[in-house]
Design a protein around this ligand. Sequence first.
Ligand SMILES: Nc1nc2c(ncn2[C@@H]2O[C@H](COP(=O)(O)OP(=O)(O)OP(=O)(O)O)[C@@H](O)[C@H]2O)c(=O)[nH]1
Ligand SMILES: [Mg+2]
Length: 460
Amino acid sequence: MHEFPTIAAISTPMGAGAIGIVRMTGPAAISICDSLYSQPGGETLAQAPSHSLRYGAIHDPATGELVDEVLVGLMRAPGTYTREDVVEVNCHGGPVAQQKLLSLFLEQGAELASPGEFTRRAFLNGRIDLAQAESVAQIIGAKTEAGLRVAMSQLDGSISAEIRSLRSSILSVMAAIEADIDFSDEDIEELDRDGADARLSQVEERLEELIESAFVGRVLKEGVRTAIIGKPNVGKSSLLNSLIMRDRAIVTEIPGTTRDTIEEIINIQGIPLQLIDTAGLRPAEDEVEQIGVDRSRRAMKEADLIICLFDGSEPEDDHDRALLTSVPADRTIYVINKCDRFRGQLPRFNRGLLPSEPVIISAMTRQGLQILKEKIAQLVLGGSLPPLEGPIITHERHRLLLEQARGFLGRSRQGLRVGLGEELVAEELRGALTSLGEITGEEIVEDLLDTIFREFCIGK
Ligand SMILES: Nc1nc2c(ncn2[C@@H]2O[C@H](COP(=O)(O)OP(=O)(O)OP(=O)(O)O)[C@@H](O)[C@H]2O)c(=O)[nH]1
Ligand SMILES: [Mg+2]
């Protein structure tokens, strides 16, 4: 195990809370804390049993002043988050007490932890692998409950186990190839190229499945990107508000009210949707509106699902017709709004123009919203979503590395089939191993660590 300096940070979020935690890890964590800590019975932390909570007081050694009454969580290596000695000092929640405590720790010789450094220690000391460390960041940043569940499930290392098993399959093929290279002039059996190819094909299949799962991963993490599109004043913002059940977006009778895209997450039958309200599509009247319209078009292009909205109380016009030519019908739900205005009658908007049966709603009275939600769920679940069980890739970094590995593997298989030299095949396999190893951190470069841990918050 490495010997690192002792580091400390405030681990609870900024601002006032009932309690705050200042955390310290490293070889001197307990002695530094002891130099400030005292307890009515005279027990020091060094004497206290591991994994216990000790009540006591922290005094400023310079002035003798009481800083705070505290509870110290004492955990000795190696059974800790970082595999080092850890103390977690629970103090009063105001920023002043926490800051004071932290600065005393620093005066006594601790260093200020950088973002993610506790988790980085856990990784460097071999307690978790890189994919698990990334799950920690994901848990902290989870936007949807489903995303949180996936992140939690990855903390146990299911992705890593999968990757390791793929690597060992590749390694065994590689060993056979290397043996053939090294002992080619000796009398051993020649490489079974077909057999090797068949084994690699299984690995490739599994890689494909993992890559496909990345879509589910993104959906669970960020929600299905769902853009509400339509010309001005058809009720896009009203629909967003009624779906999220609060007045988030400004609604007025003035066409061109929404200028910027507005995003909110909702949950429909367990599927998180990232709803995006957009500026009404029409030739813009000023520069700001033009930027908004450009953003709407981008939102439409990047969306997994489009809700294309029309005003049923008006006959269609050129804007509606132009819109219809630009939306991709296969991922669009057509919706006719303001049905309260034509109650019991046909909408004035000609639904015959639409490529599929529209859902008729009133964003104002909420009529038809349930049907719309069901239709959304149907389209998302009934679509080409890969199954939800098994490991799910939720990091873009992992997806890219898996794609890389697939590329190397494909080339090595082709090499085997067309009789390419074994050295060259082995070289491609090494590439695949490296890419996969970068996911779990078995093959690691320092820059990569910096990039990954920079995304953490301090104290984690
Ligand atoms: N009667 C009726 N009026 C509605 C309904 N939905 C929206 N409206 C009204 O239509 C007007 C425009 O609504 P918005 O939600 O601002 O429309 P928008 O599509 O977001 O408009 P822009 O942001 O300008 O593109 C407002 O006066 C709403 O009150 C509805 O279902 N029924
Ligand atoms: Mg609007």
